[in-house]
Design a protein around this ligand. Structure first.
Ligand code: HEC
Ligand code: HEC
Length: 386
């Protein structure tokens, strides 16, 4: 992929920028109803992407960056000495607004409003799309098809989803042992991406069946906490535009799926409308590609190792006005916990960040204090933070 150095700059700016905005916004938090604030309620100069939750708005910025191979700084003259800079308009921002409107019109006029053309369709990681067919590519070796797309029906000759899912459940330890694991707590470490990779952070994970999950990452700038309590969810981070952000709609449904996947014996309840795509490979290992949707409408793709039957990767998608926002989780280092195989190495990747989590100890079937799944307190960054 084309990330690398540019994305490094991207995450620095993203991390620093949110630090300043958060100061202004904390006041409004207390006693407010649990509704995710909208983009125009938090930011100063939103003209096109109004009416969407703040986290979705920020994710669309990641989508722009990924689609164009740009970093935040390519469209915003904003840095750690000029925070209001993100709201200031410039030619790139104006072009981008025009592109958003153009893209919506293409989809409306030609594809019945379905979001088939996005920034990525044209740009493919470059600031200017190519208009000329590249003969070198045409006559060169073809890259493997990207399995990371939405497909409507099963591929011809594919195994049934049920057979792949049953093999997975068997490989994990079988229905009975999975059902007997009803809670766990874990500790470990995590590293971020780019500049955040320098810091090894302690991690705590709490999970209770069927669908409660809390992940705490103790960063040098304070605690980042994600909670799904079985009905509501929050994301808390001292450097975020809204320090304790209630999750809404798609973000909430995604958090619910994360929580249910902490107890994967219920994968068939969590997701339905299954179809099986063409087999693919991840790191030279063959995988079955199985896709479905949650009752809440989140589409997710699961990649099962053909040989072991275990889950190697899963990706969930949220919709946005400009394109699909992917969150990918990679699993490895499966180890036995109370007779159930639990991945101890997890890499979570989204459009503008990545977290690599290593669990060192998992304690099965221990009581978990209900307070662990409560709305997080407002996190504070230590004064020494940048
Ligand atoms: C391709 C250009 C482009 C890139 C790259 C980009 N943005 Fe934006 N950004 C925009 C546009 C356009 C708007 C205004 C959207 C609107 O009017 O609806 C905007 C608005 C914003 C705002 C709202 C500012 C305000 O107060 O009105 C913030 C904050 C922001 N961007 C942050 C970021 C961050 C952080 C990144 C990197 C992850 C980023 N942007 C990457 C084009 C870009
Ligand atoms: C139908 C194809 C198409 C789509 C879809 C599209 N673009 Fe573009 N975009 C172009 C073309 C072509 C250019 C180059 C225009 C030129 O050179 O005058 C361009 C140029 C740009 C530029 C200016 C780049 C520069 O270096 O000056 C930005 C920024 C941009 N697009 C952002 C976006 C964003 C963000 C999206 C999604 C909301 C998007 N585009 C969707 C075709 C597209």
């Amino acid at each position: 992929m084309k990330l690398g150095v540019k994305s490094t700059a991207l995450s620095v700016i993203a991390a620093v920028f949110v630090g300043v905005l958060s100061v202004a916004i904390v006041n409004g938090q207390t006693g407010a109803p649990e509704r995710a604030p909208l983009s125009e309620e938090v930011f100063k100069n939103v003209q096109v992407m109004k009416g969407i939750p703040v986290d979705q708005f920020m994710a669309t910025m990641g989508f722009f960056s990924a689609s164009l191979g740009m970093s935040c700084g390519d469209c915003h003259a904003a840095d750690d000495r000029n925070w209001d800079g993100f709201a200031v308009d410039n030619p790139k921002k104006r072009t981008t607004r025009r592109m958003i409107t153009m893209m919506a019109a293409i989809n409306k006029d030609n594809f019945g409003g379905r979001q088939l053309v996005t920034c990525y369709s044209c740009h493919r990681g470059a600031d200017r799309p190519r208009a000329t067919a590249d003969l070198a590519v045409l006559y060169g070796t073809f890259p493997a098809p990207d399995p990371n797309e939405i497909f409507a029906a099963s591929a011809p000759g594919a195994p049934t989803a049920d057979s792949v899912l049953n093999k997975y459940i068997q490989a994990l330890g079988g229905t009975q042992r999975l059902a007997a694991l009803t809670s766990y707590t874990a500790t470990g470490t995590s590293v971020g991406y780019g500049p955040e990779a320098a810091e090894m952070r302690a991690v705590e994970l709490y999970a209770k069946a069927p669908a409660q999950r809390t992940l705490v990452i103790h960063t040098g700038n304070g605690d980042n906490t994600s909670v799904y309590d079985g009905g509501m969810g929050w994301s808390a981070a001292p450097l975020a535009p809204v320090k304790v952000l209630p999750l809404d709609k798609q973000e909430l449904d995604g958090a619910k799926l994360d929580a249910m996947m902490a107890f994967p014996g219920q994968i068939k309840q969590a997701v339905g409308s299954w179809r099986v795509g063409f087999a693919s490979t991840i790191d030279d290992r063959e995988v079955e590609v199985v896709q479905g949707a949650t009752p809440g409408g989140t589409t997710a793709t699961f990649y099962f190792d053909k040989q072991t039957g275990l889950l190697t990767r899963w990706i969930r998608y949220a919709n946005s006005p400009v394109g699909r926002l992917s969150t990918q989780t990679d699993y490895s280092d499966y180890r036995d916990v109370a007779g159930v195989k639990v991945p101890h190495h997890m890499v979570v990747t989204w459009l503008d960040g990545r977290e690599t989590i290593e669990l060192s100890s998992v304690r099965p079937n221990v009581p978990v204090d209900a307070a662990k799944f409560a709305k997080p307190a407002t996190p504070t960054a230590p004064p020494a933070a940048r």
